[in-house]
Design a binder for this molecule. Structure first.
Ligand code: SAH
Length: 230
């Protein structure tokens, strides 16, 4: 009998790295088994695609650790009718997971080369409910707002006000917030005019670079070093 070695590896990844660490949503676990993570890593790294860590992709960026993708997705509490904004398309792996769980996904990446290869890969997987934009996602996508859920897969010095403003009245934002080297995965819950920030756990992401985030050189837009926040 011919089994798909990658399917076996994905099932093991879900069992040992994700279910074993307390992610219980069967919807999340099922898509993590289905989406072919091996296609989202550079070809030479395919044997490492299911390792318990982030991997380098093009342009000095990373594809997140499988558990981090699952945990952030779980924090979003996605429902099939949700419109989702993702900041930091990167490899497109998290995008593919979101697209399988939500109604529509809007994804923004500041590096055009990454955006183009993610777009082509998702199209080749038959994923058609994603809209792509190249630009500064710290400002959100005002023309398509509001969003039921927003996920930021890069670390910000603080929660960008534009993103909170683009949530629906009962919307939720998941974002790593903190210094350059370590952040706290934070959930921002909006209830009408009120917002509540719930810190979850420490994490480590590449920088969110933009008008309401880090400057290229490591400073925030306001000019101050923001890495004393942690
Ligand atoms: N979810 C992706 C993570 C990629 S790393 C994956 O698992 O593959 C984070 C990405 O955020 C990088 O590709 C980086 O270029 C992008 N990024 C950083 N600042 C950004 C901004 N202001 N707007 C959009 N994308 C940004």
């Amino acid at each position: 009998m011919c089994t798909n070695p990658y399917l076996d590896a994905r099932q093991r990844m879900v069992r040992e790295q994700i279910r074993a660490r307390g992610i219980t949503s069967e919807r999340v676990l099922a898509v993590m088994e289905q989406v072919p993570r091996e296609r989202f890593v550079p070809e030479r790294d395919r044997p490492d695609a299911f390792c318990d860590r982030a991997l380098s992709i093009a342009c000095g960026q990373t594809i997140s650790q499988p558990f981090m993708v699952a945990a952030m997705t779980d924090c979003l509490g996605l429902e099939g009718h949700h419109r989702v904004l993702e900041i930091g398309t990167g490899s497109g792996y998290q995008t593919a997971i979101l697209a399988r769980l939500a109604c529509e996904v809007y994804t923004i990446e500041r590096i055009g080369e990454l955006q183009n290869s993610a777009r082509a890969l998702l199209a080749s997987l038959g994923i058609t409910n994603v809209s792509y934009r190249t630009g500064d996602g710290s400002l959100g996508w005002p023309e398509q707002a509001p969003f039921d859920r927003i996920i930021v897969t890069a670390g910000a010095p603080e929660v960008p006000p534009s993103l909170t403003a683009q949530l629906t009245d009962s919307g939720r934002l998941v974002i790593p917030v903190g210094g350059r080297d370590e952040q706290i995965l934070t959930i921002v819950e909006r209830t009408g005019p009120h917002t509540r920030e719930v810190p979850r756990f420490a994490c480590r992401f590449v920088k969110l670079i933009g008008r309401e985030a880090w400057r290229e050189g490591g400073e925030t837009e306001s000019g101050g070093q923001a890495d004393q926040r942690l």
